[in-house]
Write a protein that binds this ligand. Structure first.
Ligand code: SF4
Ligand code: MSK
Length: 626
């Protein structure tokens, strides 16, 4: 059976590798998505419940069958509970990732994490000062020990508010307090979400939704913020760095090691081992020209941001990359790693290594990394990758790589602006830049791969809207060639002029999924500079191809922070018009921002443009008809 590969992805390497996998008779995520059709309509609408064993229950959306579960829960309650649990899972994932970094920071302070060190003492001291930790005349390790302790307390704090939430504009914090959604402890909010959604606890769909926002805020202004800041402290704050993207980054004459997942704790050590001259010599002794480390998904983004390590692909490319036959080893940590990968790898020569005590996968060798053994483990796995080079069969690398620039931390952006956000504000006020949009999130076989991200981005920059992107969206846009200075040729006249004079691309790579907090920090800085709240700014968010629970948490904290957000795929809420109405309209009067759902990126661009022009009008700036 021949599939229409062009309907599945816009990526050339994706189309060619899909063709190859069909010839090789290896199933992909798209085949399994087809095999699942039709997907359960009750679950799609969010009206099925298996929270307790009086059920499972489902509500008939057409009003003919049951309208209540066995316990009496109606569609509103069931939809709200399900969404609340999705957000809890997403917040837990990001925040636990942050905790793993804090553990490494604590181990570095105790000198029990060989190979890890503090690379950005300036940021260490800056964050420590936010926690009231004395930094004067003290050794970085001492400060790091105190900071790690303070950050661990954010997880189970007995304080009334997360300290990191202090980074939000004052008006926003007052609003959160008034609404009683100021996050208190990171673990507390997730734990409370699970409690509230237990049968017979919170059965108010509005109160469930409000707590969901608080839980999401504990991720955005808590767990994810900690993940990003501690990664910067340990591995360096990103600066603009050139890199290359797509499967063309694999090398036919080198040992290709691919890291996949999210946590830089593993990938940074693998990088150190792969760049060690002795290991390179070992690779040469086995007939390879060197060791080529590449990334996938967000751990790839972490390495790309800080070191310019090339990026092989995003979420839906993770199976296809293996089908090149060029990957000698794939090393995974956690999140977004399809359990199919071990099987795909068994059809080629690729060795698969799992590294986290909390993430096991079929068909992978488990070699567990901990702060105290990570350096040794990294050398062990890279050595095995080199040994596997000899087992390669035929190799098919179908495209040439594309150039990109990554590494736009807030610090780097402010630096590019000459030390303060003023030039950006001036360009906004003058209308040269109409506004900015964060395009984030995953791929999803329900949307043509990369089409959502690339189309939306193209339309926005054409219309003088600066794009900041993260995660798999950032990889899609890099592959499309939007992340080099020459990409200003795709931009509207104002954006072209501003980016041209600053020497930056019109689409700025802001990092991994947890790095969405960099966008929050920048938004807060702009709001502070204007003496206003984030919800007054000409900003928008979009997740055109999202799939994961983490993405729902991101969307919820972005909206709760005051930024209008357009989702591509519909979340499972259509079974409750009350919940839909609250999220798409009612929240405006609560947090000053709403969600919209629009799978067509051309139409999503229109929504974002009119929102941005509207916001400009409210600020008294000039307005263009969108
Ligand atoms: Fe059914 Fe209520 Fe149990 Fe859900 S919590 S499975 S609706 S009885
Ligand atoms: S990896 S959460 S598919 S962005 Fe962060 Fe990509 Fe989404 Fe995973």
């Amino acid at each position: 059976m021949t599939h229409h590969h062009k309907t599945r992805t816009i990526a050339k390497d994706g189309q060619l590798l899909l063709q190859k996998m069909e010839t090789d008779q290896v199933e992909t995520v798209w085949d399994r998505h087809d095999a699942q059709q039709p997907q359960c309509g009750f679950c799609e609408m969010g009206v099925s419940c298996r929270i307790c064993v009086m059920g499972p229950c489902r509500i008939d959306p057409f009003g003919e069958g049951p309208q209540q579960g066995v316990c009496g829960a109606d569609a509103d309650i069931i939809v709200a509970r399900n969404l609340c649990r999705m957000i809890a899972a997403g917040a837990a994932a990001h925040s636990d990732h942050g905790r793993d970094l804090v553990d490494v920071l604590a181990s570095v302070a105790e000198n029990s994490a060989p190979g890890y060190e503090i690379r950005d003492t300036e940021k260490l001291c800056k964050v420590a000062a936010e926690y009231g930790i004395d930094t004067q005349g003290r050794q970085p390790a001492e400060v790091a020990g105190d900071l790690a302790y303070a950050l661990q307390e954010e997880y189970g704090t007995r304080k009334k508010e997360l300290s990191m939430a202090g980074r939000a504009p004052e008006k926003r914090r007052d609003l959160w307090r008034k609404l009683n959604i100021m996050p208190r402890g990171i673990d507390r909010e997730t734990s409370e979400a699970m409690h509230r959604t237990h049968m017979g606890v919170d059965n108010g769909w509005q109160s469930l939704m409000l707590h969901s926002l608080r839980n999401a805020l504990s991720d955005g202004w808590g767990g994810s913020m900690i993940a990003t800041e501690v990664s910067d402290i340990l591995f360096g704050t990103p600066k603009p760095t050139p890199t290359k993207v797509n499967t063309g980054v694999l090398k036919s004459d080198q040992v290709n090691v691919v890291v996949h997942g999210h946590n830089p704790v593993v990938s940074e050590m693998v990088m150190a081992a792969a760049q060690d001259p002795e290991m390179i010599q070992f690779a040469e002794s086995r007939g390879a020209k060197g060791i080529n480390l590449c990334g996938l998904c967000c751990t790839g983004n972490e390495l790309l941001m800080r070191h310019g390590i090339p990026m092989a692909g995003n979420h839906l490319m993770t199976e296809l990359v293996i089908a090149t036959g060029a990957v000698d080893m794939m090393i995974v940590d956690y999140q977004c790693i399809m359990p199919s990968l071990g099987h795909v790898a068994s059809c080629y020569h690729t060795e698969m290594i799992s590294t986290s005590d909390k993430a096991r996968f079929p068909g992978m060798q488990h070699m567990e990394f901990h702060p105290d053994n990570a350096r040794k483990m990294a050398y062990d796995v890279v050595k095995r990758a080199v040994e596997n080079y000899a087992n390669r069969g035929s190799v098919y690398i179908p495209v040439e790589s594309v150039d990109a620039v990554g590494g736009f931390s807030v610090e780097a952006v402010i630096n590019a602006l000459g030390g303060a956000p003023d030039p950006l504000l001036d360009a906004l006020k003058a209308g040269k830049i109409r506004g900015a949009a964060g395009i984030v999130g995953c791929n999803n076989p329900k949307i043509k791969h990369d089409y959502g991200h690339v189309t939306l981005t193209k339309r926005l920059i054409e219309n003088d809207i600066l794009v900041l992107d993260t995660g798999c969206a950032a990889v899609a846009n890099a592959k499309a060639g939007f992340k080099i200075s020459d990409a200003i040729s795709h931009a509207g006249p104002g954006l072209k002029e501003v980016c041209g004079s600053l020497g930056i691309p019109p689409v700025l790579h802001f990092g991994s999924c947890v790095d969405n907090v960099r966008i929050l920090v920048l938004a807060a800085a702009l709001a502070d500079a204007l003496g206003t709240d984030i919800s007054d700014l000409p900003l928008a968010g979009a997740a055109p191809e999202w799939y994961s629970e983490k993405a729902v948490s991101i969307g919820a904290y972005v909206v709760a922070s005051g930024i209008y957000t357009v989702l591509g795929p519909m979340p499972p809420i259509a079974g409750s018009m009350n919940v839909v109405d609250l999220l798409t309209r009612g929240l405006q009067g609560v947090v000053g921002a709403t969600f919209a759902v629009e799978p067509d990126p051309e139409k999503a661009a229109g929504l974002i443009q009119s929102h941005i022009e509207n916001q400009r009008g409210n600020l008294g700036l000039d307005v263009k008809n969108a």
